[in-house]
Design a protein around this ligand. Sequence first.
Ligand SMILES: Nc1ncnc2c1ncn2[C@@H]1O[C@H](COP(=O)(O)OP(=O)(O)OP(=O)(O)O)[C@@H](O)[C@H]1O
Ligand SMILES: [Mg+2]
Length: 477
Amino acid sequence: MIPKRLNKMKLPYFFQQFLGFLAVIVLLMTITIISLVLFGRRTALNDTESRLFSYAESVIDEDLNPTQLDTIRRVLAEQEVSFFVFDDGGRILYPNLPDNFRANVDDEQLDQLKSGERISLTTHSEDLLGNPSETTLVYLPYFNENDQNFAGFITVTAPISHINRQMRELKGNLFNAFLISAIAAIFMSVIFAHYQVKRVNRLRKAAHKVAGGNYNIQLEHNKRDEIDFLTRDFNRMVIALKESQDEVFNQEERRKSFMQDAAHEMRTPLTTINGLLEGLEHDVIPENQRLRSIKLMRKETRRLIRLVNENMDYENIRSNRIILSKHHIPLAEIVEEISEQMKEIIKESSNELIVGEMEGLYVYADYDRLKQILVNLIKNALQFTQNGTIKITSKKVAEGTEIAIRDTGIGMTESQMENIWERYYKADLSRTKTKFGESGLGLAIVQQLVQLHQASITVQSEPNEGTAFTITFPDKA
Ligand SMILES: Nc1ncnc2c1ncn2[C@@H]1O[C@H](COP(=O)(O)OP(=O)(O)OP(=O)(O)O)[C@@H](O)[C@H]1O
Ligand SMILES: [Mg+2]
């Protein structure tokens, strides 16, 4: 958790990164240096201790012969090391010092020495002569050669100054190393922080552009770390935004053109109805034409109602507001019923309707909606075919039951086929003035209904050759 105070601080990301890197590196270096200093000091003390003990041992080896001791004394003095020999009661034997000169050992330490134990290095703020000088000293017992009884002990002392000197040297070196590393750490932190901030800023700039409406942005990334994954997700988001923006744009375009089409389509029947009503009002329509005028008004009204109904139907299907009541429907029967109902339209269209063999074939669907699908497709076939044939066939396939409606009409190009499922789309505006369709909603409704049945629909078409729509209904699960 980030502390509240830090959370409120307005620290640019660059400095957050920079300080973060730097803090870690400096902390690591500090820990290393402290460990090295402690280790160095311990090693120096250990070295001094073993050196002092070895001097003490060589003093004992010389059998405490005063002449030899003088020689050793001179040699050691060059190294600022001095030694003292005491008897078993702690009285000074060598060098020649007043009797009251004492070894500075307590009873416990004396017992330790008596039992043959050496006393390891201790540090003191004054030497044995009482001069203020930081010293280190060790005690080593010696024994009678004949009876091996405790005979006394030897103290070797050295000023602590040379350990301190060593430590100063070590600290100096470490401080230099610390300085160099700190400079390197700052340098590296700047590079790292700069690199990270650059990546974040690149995303920021891109996000800014997207916010400004530019959706053609895709950033490169290497799938290495979180920022790369964020970049990848950002790219996906931009694609999704672009798609939805395109969709909104298309919808809006279609809506606009529908409004224009609808206004256009409505104007004609409304003008007709209005004209006829005016005629009736002013009594300018002859008596024998009145009934015909009323029939014409009804026809135009029906056209308007159809336009409104189809739009509402489409919206209802699209927003899942209709419920299917599915049954096994004998295809032969329903196709027979449709062709009977459409007899007049077929006759008017100068086309021939051929129905293939359908005995024993069933489709698991909602009766009225299946009829709506087939009627729409047959109407389209009639609408875009002249003096040709429309053929309805069906067969059982692995996925269910397939129904195909083929015509020998004007067909469509590839690009027209891509759009026919869209609401209000009409491949060729000059075609819209035909008898059976005008709103461009037929196939959009068909597609929604097919989806609602979990069925599928495909189209194949060649310009001037004809069109085939194939729907496959799945069997009851
Ligand atoms: N059998 C076909 N042959 C050629 N073109 C077709 C065929 N069926 C559909 N189309 C094209 O697809 C377009 C869309 O068809 P759709 O049924 O959705 O609308 P419509 O028939 O124009 O109007 P509506 O069906 O709403 O009265 C048609 O305008 C037409 O250009
Ligand atoms: Mg149609």
